[in-house]
Write a protein that binds this ligand. Structure first.
Ligand code: PEP
Ligand code: MN
Length: 342
């Protein structure tokens, strides 16, 4: 059920609705919007009777939700959400750039990439300390030592850190050292991880699973939000198809499909979508044209020596040039936004 408050509803009227929700053993999620506040209700197994709410003071409407998701939905928040990661914002109409190596390998490697990323104007730095590798014999990441290097990057260069957690203990560590928890494609349906991320104090960058449908992606985001963390960014990173000329197939149509249903910010990862250095630029430009809120791009100072995903990494020089072109393109194609802060 979705409770839409009147535009002039007072804080105590909102509180009264929340108390009524709690008295039914359910949970209310308050999402203030530009013109009105909406309250999503979760925890009910069957359908709820609108009569519990529709006559409470300040309530404009009590609507039964027929879709499988509630909190990610445009019905709950008609304006697009803006998510703050540290000192930067995603979804505010600017083009957010999240760039850095696939994996943290050494302080030197990380700083060489980070200096170029910062100089190009990006506000966000990526790099995995916990790597989900297909083979157990491949480099698995530096763990907490890697996170400490990322924290140093934040300290020295002012970049906000986006980094992956693969288990619940990893989330504790990312909360300690980073600014945003990346949930990787392989863990998009790791429900206990999603629930833990939903109790985290920092935002979640949720990557689409290797063969996840749009509904599955949105329901994974719903898992996080249902626990009370409304700061979720969705990421299309390519899906498995029969095509084998690229590592994955970038599903660009998912961006307008998400916009139609959800208020959450959407970004694209052209690096994992393609797997090839030469494809990253063209796909990044297509992503900007389709209207994403940002991009996550792999950059390595010496791609030929990378311990992970070197074939798709851009050099700092390539990244710097691409970032400049993307900003110009974004200026030319960006649509004006109606946004609201989460
Ligand atoms: C990554 O971002 O380095 C990564 C492993 O991505 P994905 O989960 O999309 O494969
Ligand atoms: Mn990678």
């Amino acid at each position: 059920m979705l409770i839409v408050m009147k535009p002039d509803a007072s804080a105590s009227e909102i509180e009264r609705v929340l108390e009524t929700v709690e008295s039914l053993g359910l949970r209310g999620h308050t999402l203030p919007g530009e013109n009105r506040t909406a309250i999503g209700i979760t925890g009910n197994r069957g359908s709820l009777d609108p009569a519990h709410f529709e006559n409470l003071p300040g309530v404009a409407d009590a609507i039964r939700v027929t879709k499988p998701y509630k909190l990610i939905s445009n019905d709950l928040r008609p304006e697009r959400s803006v998510v703050s990661i540290g000192t930067g914002k995603i979804g505010d109409g600017s083009l957010a750039m999240i760039a850095g190596p696939c994996a943290v390998e050494s302080p030197e490697q990380v700083f060489d990439a980070a200096k170029a990323v910062a100089a190009s104007g990006a506000k966000f730095f990526r790099g995995g300390a916990f790597k989900p590798r297909t083979s157990p014999y491949n480099f698995q990441g530096m763990g907490e030592d890697g996170l400490k290097i990322l924290a140093e990057v934040r300290e020295q260069l002012g970049l906000n850190i986006v980094t992956e957690a693969m288990d619940e203990h990893g989330i504790d560590l990312v909360e300690k050292y980073g600014d945003c928890i990346q949930i990787g494609a392989r863990n998009m349906q790791n429900f206990s991880l999603l629930k833990r991320a939903g109790r985290a104090k920092i935002p979640v960058l949720l990557k689409r699973g290797l063969s996840a449908t749009l509904d599955e992606l949105l329901l994974a985001a719903e898992y996080v939000m249902a626990e009370g963390n409304y700061d979720v960014i969705l990421c299309e990173r390519g899906i498995r198809t029969f095509a084998d000329h690229a590592r994955n197939t970038l599903d660009i149509s998912v961006v307008p499909a998400i916009r139609r249903l959800s208020h959450l910010p959407v970004i694209i990862d052209p690096s994992h979508a393609s797997g090839h250095n030469y494809m990253v630029g063209p796909l990044a430009r297509a992503a900007v044209a389709v209207g994403v809120d940002g991009l996550i791009i792999e950059v390595h100072p010496r791609p030929e020596q990378a311990l992970c995903d070197g074939a798709q990494a851009l050099t700092p020089e390539q990244y710097t040039e691409l970032a400049l072109r993307l900003m110009l393109l974004h200026e030319a194609v960006a649509e004006p936004l109606a946004t609201a802060s989460v």
